[in-house]
Design a protein around this ligand. Structure first.
Ligand SMILES: *Cc1c(COP(=O)(O)O)cnc(C)c1O
Length: 343
């Protein structure tokens, strides 16, 4: 166990299933396995439950009673921080870009869940830069301290980023154990890549264990040029924390950024089409923001021969289900694409 000895509290449903997808496999001409990290439990599953096991594990030991974080209004990270706070009797103070919802506005998706989970949601200016966001988080931490509490800031530049990476080193080891037990040796694994901690941890863990499969990190915010360096940094910090010598280089992964035209959060007809295709061929509804982009990348790599016919491939579904409901209008639009009627 690479991560043994790290502070941790177990609550996620692990190991997550690694399941065969025979109908999708037949349609694509590959042998596809799906690692169901959308089924980690906590609130509605997803990759953040894994990292919060490590984050909450160490913060509880330090007497922290309040969790502070900043992210987008539909953030999966903020939802799971709110859920973990509720689970462990802590407070969550979430900073999201303004403006606040209008009076009487119906909340939807993760923003609705923040509320149901009892988080204290506050607004920061929508164009705040990193320094302003950090200052806003520190101001909230000081406010909590003045009231006699102890708050921690869960920001990717701090321990949170390391926890997110080591959680996926741990997931890599879990995946290797499942593959070994099933005597399966895939050549590629596809995973979503936002800030890159998750993909960095997966790739670091697989490299450390000598697993031959290549990680395809699919950029969901089209910054592949910066991502390589950032992934190296995340992996180096995690390796240092874990006391392992393995170092990850950007060249160890394939960074996929074939759709820089699709902005973060934009739900285009091709993303709707691939979401429907996966739903209809596996009974699994992927989220339109992260995992639909991974599915699209996988399909396109197979269609263009970059992934060979017959290859064994793992798709890690990192969760994000509430976006399905928040993007209901885009997802229910009639399709132009010919595979809309795929049965
Ligand atoms: C946060 C998140 C990711 C990616 O995490 P990074 O470590 O920022 O790359 C992937 N998928 C979903 C659904 C997420 O919420």
């Amino acid at each position: 166990m690479i991560c043994q000895g790290q502070p941790r509290i177990s609550f996620a449903h692990l190991p997550t299933p690694l399941e065969a997808a025979p109908r999708l496999s037949a349609a694509l001409g590959i042998e596809l396995l799906i690692k169901r990290d959308d089924l980690t439990g906590l609130c509605v599953g997803g990759n953040k439950a894994r990292l919060l096991e490590f984050a909450i594990g160490s913060l509880r030991g330090q007497g922290v009673d309040t969790l502070i974080a900043h992210a987008a209004e539909q953030s999966n990270k903020l939802r799971d921080i709110a859920a973990a706070a509720a689970r462990f009797g802590m407070k969550a103070i979430l900073l999201v870009p303004g403006p606040p919802p209008a009076a009487g506005q119906t909340l939807q998706g993760n923003r609705l869940l923040f509320d149901l989970l009892g988080a204290d949601v506050r607004v920061v200016p929508p164009n705040a830069d990193r320094a302003e966001i950090m200052a806003a988080q520190q101001a909230v931490r000081d406010e909590v301290a003045r009231a006699g509490g102890k708050a921690a800031i869960l920001d990717r530049q701090l321990d949170y980023g390391i926890d997110a990476t080591i959680a996926y080193v741990n997931a890599a080891e879990e995946l290797c154990q499942q593959l070994a037990a099933a005597s399966i040796s895939p050549s590629a694994v596809f995973i979503a890549c936002g800030a890159g901690m998750t993909a960095a941890g997966l790739a670091l863990g697989l490299k450390h264990l000598g697993a031959p499969m290549r990680v395809h990190a699919v950029s969901i915010a089209s910054r592949a040029a910066d991502l390589g360096r950032e992934i190296e940094g995340h992996a180096a910090r995690a390796a240092q924390r874990l006391g392992i010598d393995t170092r990850l280089a950007a060249a160890d992964l394939t960074l996929v950024d074939d759709h820089p035209d699709i902005a973060y959060g934009e739900v285009t007809p091709e993303l709707v089409a691939v979401t429907r295709r996966f739903a209809r061929l596996h009974g699994m509804v992927i989220d339109p923001i992260y995992n639909a982009k991974v599915a699209l990348a996988l399909v396109e790599q197979v269609e263009t021969g970059r992934i060979a016919q017959g290859a064994r491939v793992v798709f890690v579904n990192t969760g994000g289900a509430p976006a399905i409901y928040n993007e209901a209008a885009a997802l229910s639009a009639p399709l132009i694409a010919p595979d809309a009627r795929i049965s």
